[in-house]
Write a protein that binds this ligand. Structure first.
Ligand SMILES: [Zn+2]
Length: 253
């Protein structure tokens, strides 16, 4: 299985438009973060988790020619706003499968109503095949994916375990019985927004405590804000098996 980090930034990305914060002005390419998303590839299959506002740029950068589906964690803008840019894939491949909680499907239908129209549909609009995810394992081709439920402030969000790889973003609280699903996983990715606490995201300390509970072989932090600090400096302060993810990072599992 190959994982590609398409984006590792929080909702505004780094740099933030117009910001003079030193991290936003950093010339280190690892301090430049598009909105959060990962590509998960195995056998000949390619799935993407979330498609935020940078989706087009991310697909171009990754050189992706086809996708087998999009899996959504939740409906916030930084996770869905690239939905219209599935069109090149749709034109080449036909209807694109999407996987999401019923509430997320409803939100997508509201925002992108033209995609879901069945009558008088605009000719250039893409079509999708909707698959509803509940909090139980589901199959993607040759793999069984396990959803992990968490809370993003009050909002339910899903993380996902693909074999030895667990990807959780936008988490603030996760119950022990959900953590049990990913205990001792080989690779864990989890959100760590900044140093200071935040109402809907793990800060660094909470993310590190979460990692301790899960006890993965290796962990990567994502959904990072400029307020976490410079990539190089933050990484020096982390435990041995914990790293900051960065855009373009690839892991083979
Ligand atoms: Zn987010």
């Amino acid at each position: 299985m190959k994982i590609t980090f398409l984006g590792t930034g929080t909702s505004q990305g780094i740099p933030i438009i117009g910001s003079k914060h030193p991290v936003c002005l950093s010339e280190d390419s690892k301090d430049k973060r598009l909105r959060v998303s990962v590509l998960v590839e195995w056998d000949s299959y390619t799935y993407v988790v979330d498609c935020g506002p940078d989706f087009r740029q991310q697909m171009l950068r990754a050189g992706s020619e086809k996708i087998d589906g999009i899996i959504f964690t939740h409906e916030h803008s930084d996770h869905v706003l690239g939905f219209d840019d599935i069109r090149p894939f749709y034109f080449r491949q036909g209807d694109i499968p999407i996987y999401a909680h019923k509430r997320v499907l409803k939100a997508l239908k509201k925002r992108f109503d033209y995609v879901f129209k069945t009558k008088n549909k605009y000719p250039g609009a893409p079509t999708v095949i909707t698959n509803r995810i509940k909090n139980k394992p589901f199959n993607l081709r040759t793999l069984t994916v396990v959803p992990i439920k968490g809370k993003h402030h009050e909002l339910q969000v899903f993380g996902f375990k693909f074999g030895d790889f667990a990807y959780l973003t936008d988490m603030k609280t996760v119950k022990d019985k959900e953590i049990d699903k990913i205990k001792n996983v080989k690779i864990l990715v989890v959100n760590a927004l900044r140093i200071e606490p935040h109402q809907s995201h793990f800060n660094l300390e909470e993310a590190l405590n979460f990692i301790k509970k899960v006890n993965p072989e290796t962990a990567y932090l994502t959904h990072i804000s400029h307020l976490l600090g410079f990539h190089k400096e933050v990484e020096k302060s982390l435990p041995k098996n914990v790293f900051l993810a960065y855009d373009g990072l690839q892991i083979n599992i």
